[in-house]
Write a protein that binds this ligand. Sequence first.
Ligand SMILES: Cc1cc2nc3c(=O)[nH]c(=O)nc-3n(C[C@H](O)[C@H](O)[C@H](O)COP(=O)(O)O)c2cc1C
Length: 195
Amino acid sequence: MSLGDTRRSELDINPVLNGRYSPRAFSDRAVTDAELELVLEAARWAPSSMNEQPWRFLVTRRGGDGHAALLATLNHSNQVWADKAPVLILAMAHRTLSRIGQENFHARHDLGIATAQLTAQATALGMGVHILGGFNALLARETFAIPEDFDIVSVLVLGFPGDADQLTDNLKERELRRSPRRSLNELVHYGSFRG
Ligand SMILES: Cc1cc2nc3c(=O)[nH]c(=O)nc-3n(C[C@H](O)[C@H](O)[C@H](O)COP(=O)(O)O)c2cc1C
């Protein structure tokens, strides 16, 4: 599926943003080292509170070190389709500000920006990213010996979108239906908050 096929907003927002969706069907096409480096580099240049750059990514490749273990942390409903994806990324946020040793209130916020940049870059390269909260963070912490000072926030499923026919009927229907959005009117308040 190309970007043009998945246009969502009627307004003329950037095609990378308009074409992005969360895929469940992945193709066999491998993600090259150069492509992977580009999406991680895009995350690297995200803005962050006090330029702390609290995001950390644990990357695994299908068939490689840690991949089966990271896949095993996913909820079954996510595992059934994510097992086809060539790359999984455990996304974490460092909770402490390195310069002053205090809690970084914006750590997860900034991880979110980095994740959005990673996702936009992946989309620009024709890939898709499906962000997951449905996984066992405790198990991930144990499995990979992640220190307590890092919040384990999400798993990113990365790869080139594939044929929806490989999915069960239920998942196929969700793959082909683009999720709706609230209206700008509900999301945006000008001048005062309407409640
Ligand atoms: C933090 C976060 C957690 C999510 N967790 C899951 C998940 O566990 N399983 C899943 O299928 N999708 C998950 N999603 C994907 C959302 O359901 C999806 O982004 C939303 O429905 C909008 O659809 P779109 O991304 O295709 O526009 C998650 C997304 C985010 C940002």
